[in-house]
Design a protein. Structure first.
Length: 248
């Protein structure tokens, strides 16, 4: 894994930042991609080490093509960029539906398509898609997000079969509620709609996990790093749940 180049989308905070930290510790050089250049610059400074940054909107084909052309060859791609927004189905606008599919699903497709030719030519590569337990089960009021993440899992399995005999693996990591900005937004939403305290709202989310807690970004990063290893070559097309037993 020494000198491998890993690209982490949505790398400016949360799970993406934790993944970048872990892959750096494994000896890789890392490129962080995301839409917010200031956030990427702050994360680059915090990480130190062999870290590059590249502005990229994963839902925009031209932006993805340009970002990966600038990044150069990629040994490990971590498709982590994602977005969630809650709404009952009857109040889910087409704009919301399309936006969540674009970021969560189309973004994974576009970034994967950008690196697969090079990986196949070198007969080596790792793609890890950060999905969600929402790829494995339904949750009320996030139909668009669940649909997108289920799509990510389908894409993962299809790609895994295409590249199986060519030295490349494609897997998904499916975290439960993880202590990130996304969950902080969910907590704020619960507080606004129910009048509960932030602590009560966070406890409500933690109840989904049989361990009674939120997952930590570093736990997700450890699983991503395992899937990226050279000796994980037989792990392909899998959805690894990091959720304390919420899904089995």
């Amino acid at each position: 894994m020494k000198h491998w180049h890993a690209v982490v989308t949505g790398g400016g905070s949360g799970i993406g930042a934790a993944v970048a930290t872990r892959l750096l510790a494994e000896g890789m050089r890392v490129t962080l991609m995301g839409r917010n250049l200031e956030r990427l610059q702050a994360q680059q400074a915090a990480l130190g080490g062999d870290v590059a940054i590249q502005a990229c909107d994963v839902s925009d084909e031209a932006s993805v093509v340009a970002a990966f052309a600038a990044a150069g060859h990629v040994d490990v791609l971590v498709n982590n960029a994602g977005q969630v927004e809650t709404a009952p189905l009857a109040k889910t606008s087409l704009e919301l539906w399309q936006r969540l599919l674009n970021v969560n699903l189309t973004g994974t497709f576009l970034c994967s398509r950008a690196v697969v030719p090079g990986m196949l030519a070198r007969k080596h590569g790792r793609i890890v898609n950060v999905a969600s337990t929402a790829a494995l089960k339904g949750y009320a009021y996030v139909a668009a997000y669940c649909a997108a993440k289920h799509g990510v899992l389908g894409l993962t399995r299809a790609m895994a079969l295409e590249v199986a005999a060519k030295g490349v693996t494609v897997n998904a990591v499916c975290p439960g509620y993880t202590e990130t900005d996304i969950v902080a937004g969910a907590v704020d939403n619960i507080v606004a709609k129910t009048g509960r305290t932030p602590e009560q709202a966070k406890a409500e989310l933690a109840k989904a996990n049989p361990q009674g807690r939120l997952i930590q970004p570093e736990e997700v990063a450890a699983t991503v790093a395992w899937l990226a290893r050279e000796d994980s070559a037989s792990i392909n097309g899998q959805a690894i749940a990091v959720c304390g037993g919420e899904t089995m």
